[in-house]
Design a protein around this ligand. Structure first.
Ligand code: 5GP
Ligand code: ZN
Length: 114
């Protein structure tokens, strides 16, 4: 999608600090981290958000969780714990309309979240 900042990162039109890439997904550090470790994991397919997940495209969500589990082990925080966040829509504070999963780690994460 032309005006989408995350599509631009996928196409290398905007730089990002990339952690992992394959044919379906990209993982990179959040530019404004909210924890000592804060990455975003996105599908290469432009999907607007959680409301746009259907029977046609839902397999990517499972795959993203598979990739997150792998990165968490590689980065060494799988055992201590971490949080996966998806913001959907205005009230949840979604600012980029290309579905993404935040992975926050390396600090105590309060509950309930704000
Ligand atoms: P949302 O608020 O939509 O759930 O999350 C969007 C996230 O994308 C924010 O945490 C924000 O810091 C991050 N972000 C926005 N623009 C860029 C960018 O150009 N590069 C990177 N690495 N992260 C970005
Ligand atoms: Zn996009």
């Amino acid at each position: 999608m032309e005006d989408c900042i995350f599509c631009k990162i996928i196409k290398r039109e905007i730089p990002a600090n990339i952690i992992y890439e394959d044919e379906r997904v990209l993982a990179f550090y959040d530019v404004d981290p909210k924890a000592p470790f804060h990455m975003l994991v996105i599908p290469k397919e432009h999907i607007e958000g959680a409301n746009a997940i259907t029977g046609e495209n839902s397999s990517i969500v499972g795959y993203i969780f598979e990739v997150i589990a792998k990165i968490a082990k590689e980065q060494g925080f799988a055992e201590e714990g971490y949080r996966i966040v998806n913001n959907c829509g205005e009230k949840a504070g979604q600012t980029v309309h290309h579905i993404h999963f935040h992975v926050l780690a390396r600090r105590d994460l309060g509950w309930p979240p704000g």
